[in-house]
Design a protein around this ligand. Structure first.
Ligand SMILES: Nc1ncnc2c1ncn2[C@@H]1O[C@H](COP(=O)(O)OP(=O)(O)OP(=O)(O)O)[C@@H](O)[C@H]1O
Ligand SMILES: [Mg+2]
Length: 250
């Protein structure tokens, strides 16, 4: 039997007062696929992420994770089902060290937020997972540095690590390379590619070099609607996309 898609959004709507920001959006992301959600500022990209991750409730429509409805569920409950997200604005615990930030994320995902009574073996697992993560991120030398004292690009790497620390298999990354210079963005893109191998990725990104490097498919969101969805070549050739972007971006 073929597995259900990792993410299925159907007839999704979101209104803020009288303004409709997401207007009947359908999107299907297969397990293991890497999809870039692109679109102009204010198109509704972060709102779509909020609707998927449970940080906002749809006005109408459905969201399924691996074929299971997650409608109305709280973010932590959705995270428990294997979905993790990063935010457009970096969110780390500034007064904790790099190691503590990552360990918190790993422990939380193993259920330590709910119970102190755990097997020591699981704690060892958590330590091993934190060590692997910090090595993979290239932050081992900064393990004891307070997150607040990290340079910006490393803070974003730490945030990626916190997102990955949950062990989620579906990841939403909102503008992961925003604010980075060209070489930082290229380095970070390679890091994302390596650390998310085999996982399902939905990525909001304005930098088309990053999109080209990471995405198998592109979904173009304009005024709350997906106007094109397909391979980068197909999307680039789509007249509706060229009209929306005046041929300049994709
Ligand atoms: N909580 C809210 N209340 C009212 N309006 C909102 C709220 N959140 C977002 N909006 C509006 O919804 C629209 C879409 O916002 P959103 O942040 O989803 O866009 P975006 O595509 O992520 O843009 P950007 O590329 O600038 O990050 C914007 O007009 C924004 O002002
Ligand atoms: Mg946004």
């Amino acid at each position: 039997m073929t597995p259900p898609p990792a993410l299925t959004l159907q007839a999704l709507h979101k209104r803020f007062g009288s303004t409709e920001v997401v207007c009947g959006l359908d999107l299907c992301v297969q397990a293991g696929e890497r999809v870039a959600l692109i679109g102009p500022n204010g198109a509704g990209k972060s709102t779509v992420f909020n609707l998927i991750s449970g940080h906002a409730r749809p006005s109408a429509g459905t969201v399924e994770l691996h074929g299971r409805s997650i409608h109305g569920m709280k973010p932590f409950a959705i995270a428990r089902l294997g979905l993790a997200r990063s935010f457009q604005i970096s969110k780390v615990f500034p007064q904790l060290s790099v190691y503590e930030n990552l360990r918190c994320s790993v422990l939380w995902s193993l259920g330590y937020g709910y119970s102190f009574v755990r097997l020591v073996g699981s704690l060892r697992d958590a330590t091993a997972r934190t060590d692997t993560l910090i090595e993979g991120l290239g932050l081992a030398a900064q393990a004891q540095t307070l997150a607040a004292h990290l340079p910006y690009a490393q803070q974003r790497a730490l945030e990626l690590g916190i997102t990955l620390g949950s062990g989620a298999d579906v990841l939403l990354l909102d503008e992961p390379t925003a604010g980075m210079n060209r070489s930082e963005a290229a380095h970070f893109t390679a890091l994302i590619r390596r650390l998310t191998e085999g996982k399902t990725l939905l990525l909001v990104e304005h930098d088309m070099a990053v999109v080209a490097d990471l995405a198998d498919k592109i979904a173009v969101l304009v005024q709350g609607r997906i106007i094109a969805f397909g391979t980068p070549q197909a999307v680039r050739a789509d007249p509706a996309v060229q009209a929306a972007y005046l041929g300049a971006v994709v």
